[in-house]
Design a protein around this ligand. Sequence first.
Ligand code: DHB
Ligand code: MG
Length: 621
Amino acid sequence: MPQHRLPKSIATVCLSGTLPDKLESAAAAGFDGVEIFENDLLTFDGTPAEVRRMCEDLGLAITIFQPFRDFEAMPEPQRRRNLDRAERKFDTMQALGTDLILVCSTTHAAALPEPERAAEDLREMAERAASRQLRVCYEALAWGRHVNRWRQAWEIVQRADHAALGLCLDSFHTLSLGDDLAGLADAVPPEKLFFLQLADAPRLSMDVLSWSRHHRLFPGQGELPVPAFLKDLLAAGYAGPLSLEIFNDEFRAAPSRRIARDGQRSLVWIEDQVGIASLPALPKLSGLEFVEFAVDHAARAELGALIGTLGFRPGGTHRSKDVELWRQGGVNLVLNSEPDSAASERFEQAGPCVCAIALRVDDPARLVARAEALSYRVWRERIDAGERAIPAIRAPDGTLVYLVEDPVSGGRPIWEDDFRLDGAAPADGLLGVDHVAQAMTPDMMDSFVLFYRSLLGLAPDATWELPDPYGLVRSCAFVSADGSVRMPLNVSESRRTGTGRFVSARAGAGVHHIAFQAADAAAEVDAAAGRAAPLLNIPENYYEDLGARFDLEDAEIAALAARHLLYDRDAAGGSFLHAYTHAFRDRFFLEIVARQKGYAGFGAANAPVRMAAQMRQGSRE
Ligand SMILES: O=C(O)c1ccc(O)c(O)c1
Ligand SMILES: [Mg+2]
């Protein structure tokens, strides 16, 4: 393991904007250095010396200049021209003030399949570089013409045998081919490990070039074993920068400050994963203590009426603020109309919405420290004497995530301190909050993924592509190990889907629906119907199909149909019952669910039916 902190670096290609924007965002996020991607220099209207000065002013080192393409093993006359081209790039590097250039393995059809020639050429280039105190590192592209594995690249570097020539290892190129770094520590001396690029990605079945150019992600946002890769590299003695190199269509378009910040977080996360730095330990989560809505008085009355039909009753009022607590069984809903508060700020911006959720955790202070180490913003609401200070962390969309100490860990319920609990006894059919689903623009998804994974240790469930009548909705839930916290994330490229319309109305991301877990779904729905709850109608065709898909008795199906309950079952025999309310002002909706025999999903198979029903219901209003 390295004795000193490894510098953190990011390739300019990861970020949107002009070169100065990219550099400022990298510096603001706390990076020590940048990889200058050649295209960002070519399109910049200023000299390399100016870029050098900008970086110096921002405290950024230029860790590498890249890429230098189609160099090795080319026939004449390209061979000679390539060496001239290299000399020109060395001039640029000297003006930039960086000593390292990345040569990626050639993809050129004319390249010769001769490692000896590749070695000879790289040796010549390294010799010329060395005469200017510069160095060259060689990277195997996963789609290289003759060299696509690090072992092949190493064979060539070894054969070239020049002190100014080493390897660049890129986690994507190795892991995308199902390869790993086994044998690296034995084969390659540490001084030959010149540079490391870290990139994660979702597992996709497509050609590796398109996968790499459009779908890379920061470590922790995807599915590749990047921490294991880094561990192997550190064990082999790598002591250079940890550098992020992400080609991603969303990143290219998203605000560079947010993406740079996420990049920096991903490196803090991976340092903790591999044990070269440590974050305060992950929280132990035990469910949601409350969900808070930002409302004005009119919306509060209307929302109170809706949740009233699900058996919620006013349970108390806040001692010093215009805030009501509504309860049903194990669920607490907070309706916040306090002017000049975090809630009112959200209301002004987005109208009635979920402005906060509260997690029950074993140690709020430890999770606040973890959030701070990951540069997530911590919020402390102003409080009056005698009231409890409840810390909160800002999710990527600004929603507050309050942290309350789990009573099991010795925490006292927060309600007695801050509320006058004077409500009538509510109904008690709900056990707790089952899940809170958020909808967002596609460019926000990976920021949320990193938030839930790095901060809370939630793990991704399966990804679903759900057909709404007006476009696809992509959904992936993040779930705690014990299932007590479930957070589905939904995105849609179309603005006409339910998700797309929500995101437009909400101007960003937010909570799209909240599901309550019932002990007995049928009883809960019957009670809600008795209170004239606006429940979503499900068409008869759905129930016809249920009978075909599952071995349910006709009477069972009739009982589901009568209640507009949806049904799902998993391979292990677990089952799921759920029903929905109409949307509240076309913004968010509520769901009643019951899980049996360990069912762990969300009824994804039913989502198209639900979305079509919502579309019909919306157009009737
Ligand atoms: O996609 C490419 O061409 C490319 C270029 C340079 C790299 O370091 C890399 O990993 C990929
Ligand atoms: Mg690379």
